[in-house]
Ligand binder design. Structure first.
Ligand code: SF4
Length: 348
């Protein structure tokens, strides 16, 4: 038995016997050990004297824009339309396989619209069969079909559906529910949502949504979409009431809320969003960003370049120069509702 395998067996002995047989992956963190099982999404965090000497060896997740092409043209879309589409089937597969060997646990594909990536269904099969990566993707849902959902059953972690008023999400949700798909919705929460937020929640709940990722606006273009002090209170109240009244619902908060929702109970309390360390964003034109909203864009040729970048920069915790970033004081939002992200970046 190799040393690594021996160590892993030792750590498994801390789990209840019925959990020891699962196909765990071991992901060292700084002073902790994360165990992850991709097929049921289970995570176990071990922390104690036995894990003190461990160090993180890889990000947990890569967020990869597989294409910059989309079948919609939403006015609020944040992607840079000048980015080229440099991934093809073979190069993306090889990159992901190498990421798995490095120690990455999950890939979250987006874009653009990943359903437009050539041979997307085949790609999911092959990546699932040749790695232990959990495969997730975010879609506007308009190109999902019954056949596709049947064919990828058991091969993916989660499908995230973006809620827009341009993509008829109700139809998509009904299709996903009918196929018992593992899915959740990504919902942009702005002050303009508040008059109808409960009603909208109830509509989504009534058609089968049980997993909600609630996202804050990031950007400098639409100041009125940012929260002011009262808005945080209103949103916290909605979250607390929903949490109490709907125990079968999973409420997830985007990391960029930071500490701005202090009176909302959290499963994980953290001081940082972990952009650039716990996760990296990879663009459709093969560049690294600490997160999708970040101004740093570092071109790379292969996974070795990504590793080198990560090893040298993972501790930097640099904020994104954009209103709504939790690494900026007051999330980069000023009292007038505008953003002064640039000033704060300069002062950090
Ligand atoms: S760096 Fe800022 S914008 Fe990026 S994920 Fe972290 S909090 Fe969000």
């Amino acid at each position: 038995m190799s040393n690594k395998l021996f160590m892993e067996q030792q750590y498994l002995s801390y789990l209840p016997p019925e959990m020891q047989q699962l196909r765990w992956q071991f992901h060292p963190l700084d002073g902790k050990l994360l165990l992850f099982e991709r097929d049921n999404g289970l995570n176990v965090l071990l922390e104690g004297e036995e894990t003190q000497a461990l160090h993180r060896l890889a990000p947990r997740t890569l967020l990869i824009a597989v294409t910059n092409v989309c079948n919609l043209s939403c006015a609020f879309c944040y992607r840079d339309l000048h980015y080229s589409n440099d991934w093809d089937y073979a190069s993306l597969l090889e990159f992901c396989q190498q990421a798995h060997e490095w120690g990455v646990l999950e890939v979250a594909f987006g874009g653009g619209e990943p359903m437009l990536f050539p041979q997307w269904e085949q790609f999911i099969y092959e990546l699932y069969d040749t790695t232990q990566l959990a495969i997730n993707f975010t879609t506007n849902g308009m190109l999902l079909t019954s056949e596709f959902l049947d064919n990828i059953t058991g091969k993916y972690g989660q499908i995230r559906v973006s809620l827009y008023n341009t993509n008829h999400p109700e139809k998509t949700i009904q299709l996903l529910v009918k196929h018992h798909a593992r899915f959740g919705v990504n919902w942009l929460i702005t002050p303009q949502e508040f008059p109808t937020i409960k009603q909208h929640f109830m509509e989504l709940y009534s058609i089968g949504v049980r997993d909600f990722l609630l996202i804050g606006y990031k950007g400098n273009a639409f100041p009125n979409m940012h929260f002011q002090a009262d808005d945080y209170l209103t949103f916290s109240q909605f979250l607390n009431e929903t949490y109490e009244q709907y125990p079968d619902v999973t409420l997830k908060l985007d990391v960029c809320w930071g500490k701005s929702l202090n009176d909302v109970p959290r499963l994980f309390i953290d001081d940082d969003c972990h952009a650039g360390d716990g996760f990296l964003s990879i663009t459709s034109n093969k560049a690294i960003k600490p997160c999708s909203f970040h101004q740093w864009t570092i071109p790379f040729k292969n996974l070795e370049d990504v590793k080198t970048y990560w090893q040298h920069n993972r501790q930097k915790k640099a904020p994104a120069n954009i209103g709504g970033c939790a690494r900026l004081p007051n999330r980069g939002i000023n009292q007038q509702g505008g953003t002064d992200a640039t000033i704060h970046v300069a002062t950090i």
